[in-house]
Design a protein around this ligand. Structure first.
Ligand code: FRU
Length: 523
């Protein structure tokens, strides 16, 4: 593979505080290197209907907003390799959140404040109609790594056309005593602009800090909006804070964040990177009062750093990163030239019991390429048999009802990414455990293990979105309970099919529908 120059040879001038020239040079270098890398991409697990870079690494969604008739989705991006490195902001746009267009890389390290990375942040449309980005400028104190801590400040960049950005420098300087201080999310509340930022306090507690501004330029510290009550939690990454109204008409505030240091608890918080929420009440000038404990947003293996935007018609839409920092994934170890993708956009709602519900935006159905393969009637799978629904299919969208009351099997469900020797990712009802399980033990490559949610009784409907390297399961139970499970899934070689399974007893399914899904890219 033709390796581009290492990231620290990109001509960052450490002597100047504002170097527009170096920004342009760095963007041009990064974009060219990325385009070159994209010729080397191995497409076997590359997503069709999820946002990923054309080459290289991505993590968190950033700067989600609606500007000039388009949605803008930025993301943490290392354009030079499939591994995390000095962060840039990649950029795509969309008119409908369904079909996307690739834009040039928007931000690269170029000023002293963001010398070692343009970290996560957000976007809003300012009062003068310009697109305003806020991000964390990141530096390693020793210039190399985390060993001696980091220096993080909040920065601003602005654009008239939504493509080229001018850096305006630091708007919130280093706060003495904080060990981490990053990921500004800016939003409008009445006459004010507010910003929530994640922090690790001097006493090593995870906090969300609130700042306010009347002009997006001068920011004043307001208060500690929230401190996670768990003393193990030392940092809250990527906070977001927004109102939602329940079906009963009650208005609450939802605070989402990613707690670092959270310990596993039974089936919960098992990922190295957990994203969750608390729901509460808050009014200007008052404290945020949590009415719920911290809960996971998604129950799969990879779901991190979510961020939301308000759509042009008022829906609250969330993207997350299918997050994985700890164990190198197959596309990295096998040098496929890319790694990292965002989840499909999901519409959020809040139940009267204050559970945060997420489901794929309705528009996703526009990616369906064909009439569904339908099986309206009931489908019984005899004990210990595998019933193949199709032997070869690319990315698809499936729904299926699991008639649990008619099942005698101990474990039964849907095997996706089904390759040779009955390998695949198994989405199964486990009656002994009383849980719905997404099991990657026989997927093929990559991290194994399983994730699961409790079953509450009665029939289940499952919506399953399968891309070349991922599975997203949305489950609705008879009592209305819903949950999502998002996981990478890297199948072995060979054709990829779908099958139904019944273990030790019979299984019964109905209303099976499958659609092939097309690409989100307009190029
Ligand atoms: C979350 C995160 C953020 C940070 C960014 C760096 O995944 O660690 O806190 O801004 O990634 O890439």
């Amino acid at each position: 593979m033709n390796t581009p120059p290492p990231p620290n040879n990109r001509g960052i001038d450490k002597r100047k505080d504002r170097t527009v020239d170096s920004l342009e040079t760095n963007l041009a270098t990064a974009t060219a290197a990325n385009a070159q890398l994209s010729h080397e991409i191995n497409p076997r697990w590359y997503p069709a209907f999820h946002i990923a870079a054309q080459a290289g690494w991505i993590n968190d969604p950033n700067g989600l907003c609606y500007f000039n008739d388009r949605y803008h989705v930025f993301f943490q991006h290392h354009p030079y390799s499939a591994h995390w490195g000095p962060m840039h902001w990649g950029h795509v746009t969309s008119r409908d959140l369904v079909h996307f267009h690739r834009e040039p890389i928007a931000l690269a390290p170029s000023i002293e404040a963001d010398r070692d990375g343009v970290f996560s942040g957000s976007g809003v449309v300012g009062p003068d109609g310009k697109l305003e980005l806020f991000y964390t400028g990141h530096r390693w104190r020793n210039g190399v790594d985390e060993a001696d801590g980091n220096l993080q400040v909040q920065c601003r960049a602005r654009s008239t056309d939504g493509q080229r950005f001018n850096k305006l420098g630091v708007v919130i300087d280093e706060v003495q005593g904080l060990r981490h201080f990053r990921d500004p999310k800016v939003f409008r509340a009445g006459e004010q602009w507010l910003m929530v930022v994640g922090a690790c306090s001097a006493t090593n507690r995870g906090q969300v800090l609130l700042y306010r501004s009347s002009d997006l330029s001068r920011w004043d510290f307001d208060s500690v909006l929230y401190e996670d009550p768990d003393p193990d939690v030392f940092m809250l990454e990527c906070p977001d804070f927004f109102p939602l109204v329940t079906p009963n008409g009650a208005r609450y505030w939802v605070l989402t964040y990613c707690p670092m240091g959270k310990r596993k608890s039974g089936y919960d918080f098992c990922n190295d990177h957990t994203a969750g929420y608390v729901v509460g009440t808050w009014a200007e000038g008052d404290h945020f009062r949590a009415h719920t404990p911290f809960r996971m947003i998604d129950h799969g293996n990879e779901f991190y750093a979510p961020q939301t935007l308000e759509s042009s018609d008022g829906r609250r839409i969330m993207f997350a990163w299918m997050g994985s920092f700890t164990i190198p994934a197959p596309p990295q170890t096998e040098s496929d030239g890319w790694f990292g993708q965002l989840t499909v956009p999901r519409e959020l709602s809040l139940t009267d019991e204050l559970w945060l519900h997420n489901e794929p935006i309705a528009g996703l159905a526009r990616l369906r390429e064909d009439q569904p393969t339908v099986s309206k009637g009931q489908l019984a799978v005899p004990p210990n048999e595998l019933h193949s629904l199709c032997r070869e299919i690319g990315p698809f969208d499936m729904s299926i009802t699991v008639d649990r009351d008619r099942c005698t099997a101990e474990r039964y469900g849907v095997l996706v990414h089904h390759t040779y020797a009955d390998r695949g990712t198994y989405i199964a009802v486990d009656e002994q455990q009383g849980r719905l399980v997404v099991d990657r033990r026989t997927t093929g490559l990559g991290n194994g293990g399983y994730r699961s949610i409790p079953l509450t009784g009665g029939a289940l409907t499952l919506r399953i979105l399968v891309d070349n390297g991922s599975v997203e399961v949305f489950c609705t139970q008879a009592d209305g309970t819903t949950a999502s499970l998002t996981s990478y899934s890297f199948p072995s070689e060979g054709s990829r099919g779908v099958a139904l399974l019944a273990e030790s007893g019979e299984a019964a399914f109905s209303d099976v529908r499958m659609h092939r899904l097309g690409s989100i890219w307009d190029r």
